[in-house]
Design a protein around this ligand. Structure first.
Ligand SMILES: Nc1ncnc2c1ncn2[C@@H]1O[C@H](COP(=O)(O)OP(=O)(O)OP(=O)(O)O)[C@@H](O)[C@H]1O
Length: 267
């Protein structure tokens, strides 16, 4: 992770993603408060924090679904703060997923990918891209199955395939491991590393710390909308402010919130 705010506006830095002082208010509630971070091309950056910390709101701002109350979003060095989502997808090649799987239920796996390929990068070579991604994610044997008839883990994989056919420069993933088994999380980690190795920049909101430890170079930790720590997964896991946020009892947490301790499952 680079020091926030070190780049000059207008300097083209392909594949980078940067938040500069993002604040987002909902009435009297400040969901995201002056958050800055910068992710280099081909890096996987984790956004972690307890429930309600502001992670999804931050992704919504980065992906153009919500306007920030103040602050700026730069993709590839370009100020895209006021760009709507569809422009971000087409022009900045920024693609996101949501906490819940959103596939077209009446379509096959291949059709889901074909729609994404055509609506993002256009019809040229769409068919080849779809077939290539189906093979890369070992979905070719399931290509003609109705997408929503697949197991939940496979639907998540189709969702990731749909991201890849868009040939993204920057990918925002909102809890992609939610509902996956340890084995499926392991496979997801492999897919994310492959994405990173091909030069895609990934911003990953995730509660499963085994996945964060396995794939993220750097992390930003939020609590009550504010950055409370940044660094490698190992560094933030040991940070007293992070331990306090998860364990200190200031939140009334749901029992399933994972405390950030590495499990070593992915190693
Ligand atoms: N549209 C909205 N209107 C009002 N308040 C909102 C809205 N969206 C989010 N919030 C509030 O903003 C805060 C941050 O929510 P957000 O969903 O971004 O947190 P999160 O870290 O993604 O949580 P989780 O891990 O549970 O998904 C919460 O207090 C939430 O209730």
């Amino acid at each position: 992770m680079r020091t926030p705010g070190t780049r000059t506006p207008g300097t083209r830095t392909p594949g980078t993603a940067e938040a500069r002082g993002i604040t987002r208010r909902f009435g009297g509630l400040t969901a995201v408060s002056d958050v800055s971070f910068s992710v280099a091309k081909g890096e996987i950056h984790g956004i972690i924090g307890p429930n309600g910390a502001g992670k999804t709101t931050l992704l919504n701002v980065l992906s153009g679904l919500q306007r920030p109350s103040s602050g700026a979003v730069l993709i590839g060095g370009e100020d895209v703060t006021r760009w709507p989502s569809h422009r971000l997808v087409k022009r900045a090649r920024l693609v996101r997923t949501f906490q819940t799987v959103r596939l077209f239920s009446s379509m096959s796996v291949r059709q889901n990918l074909a729609i994404a390929a055509r609506t993002t990068t256009g019809p040229a070579h769409a068919r080849e891209r779809v077939e290539d991604v189906l093979a890369r994610l070992s979905l070719d044997a399931l290509a003609d199955e109705p997408a929503t008839a697949l197991s939940y883990g496979l639907q998540r994989r189709v969702e990731l395939a749909r991201v890849l056919v868009a040939d993204p420069a920057v990918v925002l993933l909102d809890e992609p491991a939610a509902g996956l088994s340890p084995q499926e999380r392991h496979e997801l980690a492999d897919m994310l590393r492959e994405m990173r190795d091909s030069g895609t920049t990934v911003i990953l909101v995730e509660h499963h710390m085994d996945l964060v430890h396995a794939v993220c170079e750097t992390c930003t930790v939020l609590d009550f909308g504010k950055v409370i720590a940044r660094g490698t997964p190992a560094e933030v896991t040991e940070d007293p402010a992070v331990l306090e946020a998860y364990l200190g009892g200031r939140h009334h947490r749901a029992a399933d919130v994972e405390i950030p301790v590495p499990t070593g499952e992915e190693d």
